[in-house]
Design a protein around this ligand. Sequence first.
Ligand SMILES: Nc1ncnc2c1ncn2[C@@H]1O[C@H](COP(=O)(O)OP(=O)(O)OP(=O)(O)O)[C@@H](O)[C@H]1O
Ligand SMILES: [Mg+2]
Length: 276
Amino acid sequence: MTTDKILFDRVTKVFPGRRGTGGAVTALDRVTLGVRPGEFLVVVGPSGCGKSTLLDLLGGLATPTAGQVLVDGEPVTGPGLDRGIVFQQYALLPWRTAAGNVAFGLEAKGVPRADRADLVAHHLELVGLTGFADRYPHELSGGMKQRVAIARSLAYDPAILLMDEPFAALDAQTRDSLQDELVRIWQATGKTIVFITHGIDEAVHLGGRVAVMTSRPGRIKQVIDIELGDRDAQDDVRSSDAFRHHRHQIWTLLRDEVRAAQSAERPVVPEEARVG
Ligand SMILES: Nc1ncnc2c1ncn2[C@@H]1O[C@H](COP(=O)(O)OP(=O)(O)OP(=O)(O)O)[C@@H](O)[C@H]1O
Ligand SMILES: [Mg+2]
């Protein structure tokens, strides 16, 4: 019996090499990670360590080479409306307006037309895009497109939210307010969130737990419990001792991984040459 909402069970993902381009790439190597119901889990790791691959597997957009991904104890067999994904690169339908994109998941879920308009307007307002409802993706900036994608994934209310560096393209003020909004939504709805980021501060700020990955092939190096006390009671949580402690902890783990990756890529003097 599992109490995990999501379970990566010894998941390996190997991408076969293209003909003429050399060998296969092992993106993930026996990753085991459980995510509890209603948890806000943040994943950090060096570039190319397999974070997006992890999310694709959970989203049902790719299949593991070995091992399995379980949601509510059932193997993932494809995409589903129980899992909303915000991709690293905004993935909007170019022929639909901002409102049309947000409505998309609602239509798929069968929400009646009369309710759709209200939900679309509410979620566009949430991401600060009231007034842009009728714009097409090519008329929006990168950050605006990403906000439409966030609104779309929230609007149809999936139990699980998968977010791949969703705020990376945003200015600091918008990022801060969307972070706060996401925490508020998470607290209010009890969604299970898996959130990928490069930002250590963002990880400590948002995460109940932070999973730190190794450099490629990605494994789980350590999972850290974030203990910040009562966040609401603190004026500036980022300057607290606990926050700085966690920031340093994650920074050190990541630094060691980046160093390991760099030395692995450097040409090594053969053993015989050194001793001879
Ligand atoms: N479709 C694919 N075909 C072949 N190789 C792939 C494919 N997708 C990813 N990879 C490889 O798998 C590894 C992990 O990629 P992934 O995109 O998951 O990394 P990431 O941790 O999300 O990186 P970043 O932080 O830069 O977004 C990389 O070496 C990448 O080149
Ligand atoms: Mg990625």
